[in-house]
Design a protein around this ligand. Structure first.
Ligand code: 5GP
Length: 201
């Protein structure tokens, strides 16, 4: 499956966005509203935040456990983001796509580039904030980060936005419902692409 001939009925949608853009909320809404669409649960070494649940938000592992898994080739991609390791399970993705189940990966720009290289039929969607000013306001209002962390996130956001050029789609999350509708349209259209059909020539 993991080659250039990946003719599979399950679609892989890769979402990336600067922190605070609303990517996770959009992905959750899509999964609750579209049958057969689910969000892949990544592995991470970062500590659990308040309200997070093991196996729902992430699989939380130690650095040693993560490195063992990476060595064994358990991840289709992995990256260091904000000083922590994050990785996507190769087996889980393979199982879902083989069973014609559509999947959203909520991963950073490094991971997205790697997925596109391995699975060219994956669909890369960059969720864009309306502006850096609006993003700053959202991060301040969210109240979860201190001023210096917000500054770091904004610097990272500028780098990430430069990478959006490599994505298949850019969806600006200004008005949530409009961004949600745009994403539903993309998903609907992508599922109808000719190469998704396993019709013999
Ligand atoms: P957070 O710790 O705030 O949930 O996520 C931090 C960043 O790591 C986000 O940009 C998120 O998309 C990214 N991320 C989450 N899981 C993965 C993964 O499995 N692989 C990669 N490359 N990035 C991930």
């Amino acid at each position: 499956m993991f080659n250039n001939q990946d003719k599979t009925k399950g679609c892989l949608f890769v979402f990336s966005a600067p922190s605070g853009t609303g990517k996770t909320t959009l992905a959750k809404r899509l999964c609750s509203e579209i049958n057969g669409l689910a969000h892949s649960v990544s592995y991470t070494t970062r500590s659990m935040r308040e309200g997070e649940i093991e196996g729902i938000h992430y699989h939380f592992v130690t650095v040693d456990e993560f490195k063992d898994m990476a060595e064994q080739g358990d991840f289709i991609e992995w990256a260091v983001v904000h000083g922590n390791y994050y990785g996507t399970s190769r087996l889980k993705i393979q199982e879902r796509l083989d069973n014609s189940l559509d999947t959203i990966l909520d991963i950073d720009t490094q991971g997205a580039a790697e997925i596109k290289r391995l699975l060219p039929s994956s669909v890369l969607i960059f969720i864009m904030p309306p502006s850096l000013e609006v993003l700053k306001k959202r991060l301040v209002l969210r109240g979860t980060d201190k001023e210096d962390v917000i500054k770091q996130r904004l610097l990272k956001a500028e780098e990430e936005i430069k990478e959006s050029f490599h994505y298949d789609y850019i969806v600006v999350n200004d008005v949530f419902d409009e961004a949600l509708e745009d994403l539903k349209c993309i998903i609907r259209a992508e599922k109808k692409k000719t190469h998704r059909y396993l019709i013999p020539p």
